[in-house]
Ligand binder design. Sequence first.
Ligand SMILES: NC(=O)c1ccc[n+]([C@@H]2O[C@H](COP(=O)([O-])OP(=O)(O)OC[C@H]3O[C@@H](n4cnc5c(N)ncnc54)[C@H](O)[C@@H]3O)[C@@H](O)[C@H]2O)c1
Length: 450
Amino acid sequence: MLKDQFKRFLRNVATSQTVTRSGLGPLIAGLAVKITTMSARRDQVLAIIGQGYVGLPLAMAAVEAGWSVIGVDNLEAKVAQINSGISPVEDISNAQLQRAITDGAYMATTDFSSVSQASVITICVPTPLDEKREPDITLLRDAARAIAQFVSNETLIVSESTSYPGTLREVIIPLVNSNKSTSSSKIYFATAPERVNPGDSKWNQKNTPRLVGAIDKQSQAKALAFYESICDAVVLVTSPEVAEAAKLLENTFRLVNIALINEFTQLCSAGGINVNEVIDAASSKPYGFMPFRPGVGVGGHCIPVDPLYLTWWARQIGGHAQFVENATAINHAMPRYVAERAISMVEPSIMKPKILILGVAYKPGVSDVRETPVSKLRDFLNLKGAEIAWYDPLVLIWDGSEPVDIEWDCDLAILATRQPGMNLERLIARGIPILDCTNSMTSLEGVVSL
Ligand SMILES: NC(=O)c1ccc[n+]([C@@H]2O[C@H](COP(=O)([O-])OP(=O)(O)OC[C@H]3O[C@@H](n4cnc5c(N)ncnc54)[C@H](O)[C@@H]3O)[C@@H](O)[C@H]2O)c1
């Protein structure tokens, strides 16, 4: 059904016709608007594989820049949601998404054959860890294989997914080349690791400089032209491997600095010093220092994951990223430390303390709970015999459980992630002690900072 609608969308692209939205079936007909004229030129059609935190914002940035965008995702429910005008990511509003759809500049699909219409294909699929906490690039391989047979001649394929150096050259290119049609004799390849920071109101796809590493001069020229059309600044590097390694360095830099400050926090606490005051003091140095703040640990799809791509890659080339491994271990131990600090704040006579966790997403402003360190915090608190409930205005369900009201009767609250719009005044007024892991509640009665 959707497939037919999408074919019509592409026919519309190809013939520059105006068609009414009612011709597109019940999902998008609900918007009661029309698809307007679009250019037929393949050189203005972009296909993006994966419509998540990276792919959908890229799609909208490309639409803004004048591209016609096909968003390919293998999750049917997600495609249906997107095409009905409901954005699955916080950084893209329903209004922006609906405008792109109604302008006829964007549509999502599960149909990989649609990539044949595109002159540029970007791959934005997840690159998680496997059960051994080693790189799992299965989805990246699947995506490369799935597009290969439909790629038209003279197409640029760019991987935006984060991965270890060599992924483009040793994995993606061989997969595409061995599965593509013989008529697609010339395909260009580049890596342009995405740097998007979900929930960031300042830095976005347009104003964040984009790293590009390509396999040859022609690919580099094509990739430069593409990214210059959507970004203010493109930084060319000499190979895909440099771009891939730079992305791992960026996120590992954050990981090790967070680990340093988490370790330092434990020392300051033991020594009776307020760590946040120390960080503020050190930040007055105008050069050579960058403030990082302590927290429950690290979470999300990037900071806890990407450095393990680096440690794995180090082992493959006969090295050992010891410093990074230590940092990972320190951050992993942080939820236990926070649980112990929390329990120490509860009256010893309370045998089964009721503890409310405030904010379970891995960072403020997002509903993303992937790799959230709050899961481990909850588990340690449970092990210590506490009864746990949670509240997060952006998260509807977490590990199969539902949130409670902020009024939940508790002995202690732990502010793990300060979500926008989280009103904690009533909690303070009720005299509930709070362990603040976010440095956002300074000098308040009953509030203790990490
Ligand atoms: N989320 C971030 O903040 C961020 C920032 C920079 C880089 N990255 C990197 O970007 C990549 C994508 O991350 P994300 O956060 O957008 O993931 P996501 O889970 O939000 O979105 C990925 C989408 O890809 C789809 N998908 C998975 N396999 C597919 C396949 N084979 N074919 C088509 N669609 C497929 C999924 O259904 C999902 O909708 C990862 O490598 C990640 O490390 C993420």
